[in-house]
Design a protein. Sequence first.
Lengths: 257, 257
Amino acid sequence: MAILHELSEFRRPVAINLANRPTPANCEDCGARQNGLCEALTEDELAFLARSAQRITLAPGTVFVEEGEKAAYFYNINHGNVRLFKSLPDGRRQITGFSGPGHFLGLAAGENNAFSAEAMDGVKLCRFSRASLMAVFEELPVLERKLLGVAMHELVLAQQQMLLLGRKTAIERIASFLLSWAVRLEICPAGGLPAANSVLKLPLSRTDLADYLGLTIETVSRSLSQLKRDGMIDIPNIHEIILLRPRTLSEIAEAAV
Amino acid sequence: MAILHELSEFRRPVAINLANRPTPANCEDCGARQNGLCEALTEDELAFLARSAQRITLAPGTVFVEEGEKAAYFYNINHGNVRLFKSLPDGRRQITGFSGPGHFLGLAAGENNAFSAEAMDGVKLCRFSRASLMAVFEELPVLERKLLGVAMHELVLAQQQMLLLGRKTAIERIASFLLSWAVRLEICPAGGLPAANSVLKLPLSRTDLADYLGLTIETVSRSLSQLKRDGMIDIPNIHEIILLRPRTLSEIAEAAV
DNA sequence: GGTATTTTTTGATATGGATCAAGGCCGCGT
DNA sequence: ACGCGGCCTTGATCCATATCAAAAAATACC
């Protein structure tokens, strides 16, 4: 079950952190890099934000946003990873994205949540009620512009994913995913190539990967094996992949002719 | 080629129109319903907006936003329809969405456009340079919040489409599309069911449909034929579909068990 | 540390949708 | 009216990926 901490526990770098672009800051719990909006705000504004939120800790597997439920909260993740997904009644699942430290979610368009969100590991986050978020907007209009930028970026990622799901082959999907994950881990900038032999940590199961890429776990496994056979990658263990030939991988991903 | 009109040609209902939610207003050229933000603005604010834009007319087939090009403009469509798409070098194409009167596009997340946009028919639109758009934001912060709402809504649609592309069968995709198009045409509200025997006008070719749904034109055609055989729909002509049994169609679309 | 359980990989087979190939329909120009 | 060319539909076949099945590896549990 979720454990609610008191607002007084809030501390600056962890509490308010609403951007999608990397600006270094360290999580006070784990030291992990975070992405922050803090830089744009004054001490007073940060304090205002902190007063509006609750801090929550979630156990792995906790579904804390449920598709179709009334959209009551807005979240800012401080620590851990979250999968966002939509499901069909017969159990088919499409993961629409992953959220990590510094990411926000729950700013729904309508009355109800359009997706579900589940903690993949131990997650710490800040929760804002919709009312308090509106109050924050009144006080900090800069937040709104920042969120617009974040939403635009999400939209770009969504369009890339639509191309992947609608038109790419299994191998192309895997190659695309590996490169996009490198960007996510800040191993290389968006649009750039990671260095050869870069090590990719994947905190995902094959099932997650399959549900994200619109494939089955068997096809994911086979495609990874094939890339390994072809000398594109190495797989020292389930949760680590080494990009041996990122350039070729990129050509596969983009279906370069 | 694009024809640029002078700013003085601007008139209120056509000129500024940046919402995604339906609020009736008529296009001064064709009388078609439009979606408007105008209601939220004063005369002075509207005049300010109008001074910042250029009015442009496009011939069918004109690609006026090119993926990868520098993102220089922001557009508000007044008349006609636009397809948004991404392509792979070998010609595979994924349509990520359609834009019609009242829709906006081009508010890119990065330096370059993440997608291409092409006029499907005769299109009239307003064009803002990025600089003038920023000026508009300074003057009209309300626009920013409105656009955040629009972007959120786009994100919801994108997530639905990812579920469709990643996990639905051909028949389910077609059924989902027909119902979503009914919402788009304001035949029924989002989440609702259109009345039986509702007539759907489709200004799309089968190729567009296929590229939007991640299928081939043959599969689109076969699926439509099957729905017709099963008494779900009627197809009086290529660009019109009658929803005979919307309820069952919805059950197919959502894979209700 | 060893055994049970889950996850991943690999193999064999099946199948939904792609591809290849006609044929039909419709609008357009003459 | 006629013929042409561009969509669209339908049929036959193929293939990439799903499904079914089992072994291997990783992880959890006692």
